[in-house]
Design a protein around this ligand. Structure first.
Ligand SMILES: O=C(O)c1ccccc1NCC(=O)[C@H](O)[C@H](O)COP(=O)(O)O
Length: 264
């Protein structure tokens, strides 16, 4: 059993628990449910921005605790003030020490798209994402078949939210493209082995149709890599650990954005 299998198995239990605790009617009556979402595509195609998706990630299965103390409001506001275009906030509790509450707090404090970063396998989680103020959800090809990807993508679009499809190889990419996707992310981290290799993004770049915003995810730590990925056609860069492992994630983000701009 891979770590991804374990995460998804636990996720299915968690969804049953959550459905018993909070009804879909209650989710639809939540504070943020009827708000108009920010567009992921628009945020990642602004010519004056680098295209950073800055992640609030306390812990990861591969690295353990990254940052136990950072304040979510201070950090996410800092990310946005540093030039991040989009925020990504982990909501998985058991493997990432994330929470829905962190999205709610970040939503109240920021006016950019927020990606609810979790392992989505059920419509209920998408309703929950809308209810907590997220604009974007992630659909991971490694844990969803083409029919599920299409069904969950269509449901997400029906709520006015955006879909970031995550793939790791050519086979996942070719079987997963459907009309209900806004951006395609190449995860440089193999979720079964934890191996990271930025080359994965370069290899898949030309296979992703240009109608999608191309996003490179994970293991991004060098400004020059962003420049090279931009030349290869990428417009979004999902970065967690590089920022969160420092004492001041927002400052790390600011310095990174400045370095990319200086190299551009
Ligand atoms: O980060 C992990 O260890 C991990 C393990 C298993 C499943 C998913 C995992 N991470 C989720 C992500 O996709 C990353 O948080 C995101 O791409 C940012 O990556 P990084 O910049 O390397 O923190």
């Amino acid at each position: 059993m891979t770590i991804l299998d374990k995460i998804v198995a636990r996720k299915r239990e968690e969804i049953i628990e959550n459905k018993a605790r909070v009804s879909t009617d209650e989710l639809e009556q939540a504070e943020f449910f009827d708000r108009k979402c920010y567009s992921l595509r628009e945020a990642l195609t602004q010519p004056d921005k680098v295209g950073i998706i800055a992640e609030f990630k306390r812990r990861s299965p591969s690295k353990g605790i990254l940052n136990a103390t950072a304040d979510v409001v201070e950090t996410t506001q800092g990310y946005v003030n540093s030039g991040a275009s989009v925020l990504s906030i982990l909501t998985d509790i058991d493997f990432f020490n994330g929470s829905n509450e962190n999205v709610i707090k970040a939503r109240r404090a920021n006016e950019v798209p927020i990606l609810r970063k979790d392992f989505i396998v059920d419509e209920y989680q998408i309703l929950e994402a809308k209810a907590i103020g997220a604009d974007v959800i992630l659909l991971i090809a490694a844990c969803l078949n083409p029919e599920e990807l299409k069904r969950l993508g269509a449901f997400t679009h029906s709520l006015g939210m955006s879909v970031l499809l995550e793939v790791h190889d050519k086979e996942e990419l070719l079987r997963s493209i459907n009309p209900h996707i806004d951006a395609i992310g190449v995860n440089n981290r193999n979720l079964a082995t934890f191996n990271v290799d930025v080359q994965t993004s370069f290899e898949l770049a030309d296979l992703i149709p240009n109608d999608f915003v191309k996003v490179s995810e994970s293991a991004l730590s060098q400004a020059q890599t962003i420049i090279d990925l931009k030349k290869a056609g990428f417009g979004g860069f999902l970065i967690g650990e590089t920022f969160m492992k420092t004492n001041d994630p927002a400052k790390a983000c600011k310095e990174f954005v400045e370095e990319v701009k200086n190299l551009s």
